[in-house]
Design a protein around this ligand. Structure first.
Ligand SMILES: NC(=O)c1ccc[n+]([C@@H]2O[C@H](COP(=O)([O-])OP(=O)(O)OC[C@H]3O[C@@H](n4cnc5c(N)ncnc54)[C@H](OP(=O)(O)O)[C@@H]3O)[C@@H](O)[C@H]2O)c1
Length: 258
């Protein structure tokens, strides 16, 4: 047999393999599962890091952002793509979008946040107050707008805004977390508004309360570990249907009062 004839038979065999049911189709299905991409802001510590860890372990393509990637040791140890992002810096947000190109993003988790502990109105510092609104409210708005083309290219089209029960006006018991409460109440409103605008395109937008969790923000006496909270939140995110869009839920999937 000549070399040409051997090559011809090899090409035919390959073509046959690629058209066999269960061969290429099965590979595609498997590949598609692994091609799910999640983008998580503030992924270098706390809940963001745990989201990155769990999604990566589950075979997702994870993009985790950090303000200082070179110092994000725990995140860099994971099998994730680490990108720089300060959600209050418009150049940084634009650079993130440029780095993504037209790559699809299936799920965006607006997780980055800060929590100034301010308990009396006389102690409110204007600059801290405005910074809290910038990080917790304007940040998710800027990031969502910048990543929207990538979300449109994704299959799941989910936008998850990590909020807090402290953002509920109805549940406000009088504890005075100035700035933080307002920032999360406004984030809830942003979620609802996004759900209204983007629903026709099949987007699902949720304001998701993670519970009180033992991170730098939550403190050591919090009843939930990041692993428990994120496991539960991932289950909620995974089970979302279009009818859930515009909702406000806890990590247990319970509907929260606005
Ligand atoms: N822990 C709780 O009990 C609890 C309860 C309710 C809601 N939440 C919410 O859950 C989310 C995560 O909280 P956490 O407990 O994981 O907090 P955390 O441990 O303090 O982590 C906060 C993350 O946000 C990042 N971040 C802060 N400012 C940023 C900015 N300007 N740009 C980009 N990233 C920024 C931090 O990055 P750096 O390391 O660079 O500062 C860090 O990665 C927050 O939205 C928080 O409000 C938490």
């Amino acid at each position: 047999m000549t070399v040409d004839r051997v090559s011809f038979i090899a090409v035919c065999a390959l073509a046959l393999l690629l058209t066999l049911p269960g061969g290429d189709a099965a590979a595609d299905a498997h590949g598609a599962k692994n091609k799910n991409t999640v983008l998580i802001t503030g992924a270098n510590r706390g809940l963001g890091l745990e989201f990155a860890r769990q999604y990566a372990a589950d075979g997702w393509h994870v993009i985790g952002t950090a303000r200082k990637p070179a110092q994000a040791d725990a995140l860099n140890e994971l099998d994730v793509r680490v990108l720089q992002l300060d959600v209050t810096d418009r150049d940084s947000v634009a650079a993130l979008a440029a780095s993504l190109g037209d790559a699809p993003v299936d799920v965006l988790i607006n997780n980055a946040g800060i929590f100034p502990r301010v308990n009396t109105i006389e102690n409110v510092d204007y600059d801290d107050y405005m910074r809290t609104l910038a990080v917790n409210t304007a940040g998710p708005m800027l990031v969502t707008a910048a990543v929207l083309p990538n979300l449109r290219n994704g299959a799941r089209k989910k936008i998850i805004n990590i909020t807090s029960r402290l953002g509920s006006i109805e549940l406000n018991d009088g504890s005075n977390f100035y700035g933080y409460r307002e920032s999360k109440a406004a984030l809830n409103m942003l979620s609802k508004t996004l759900a209204g605008e983007l629903g026709v395109e099949g987007f699902i937008v949720l304001a998701l309360h993670p519970g009180w969790v033992a991170t730098d923000m939550g403190g050591a006496s919090a009843p939930l570990t990041p692993e428990q909270s994120v496991t539960a939140m991932r289950s909620v995110i995974d089970g979302l249907t279009p009818g859930d869009s515009g909702g406000y839920r806890s990590y247990e999937g319970k509907v929260e009062p606005w």
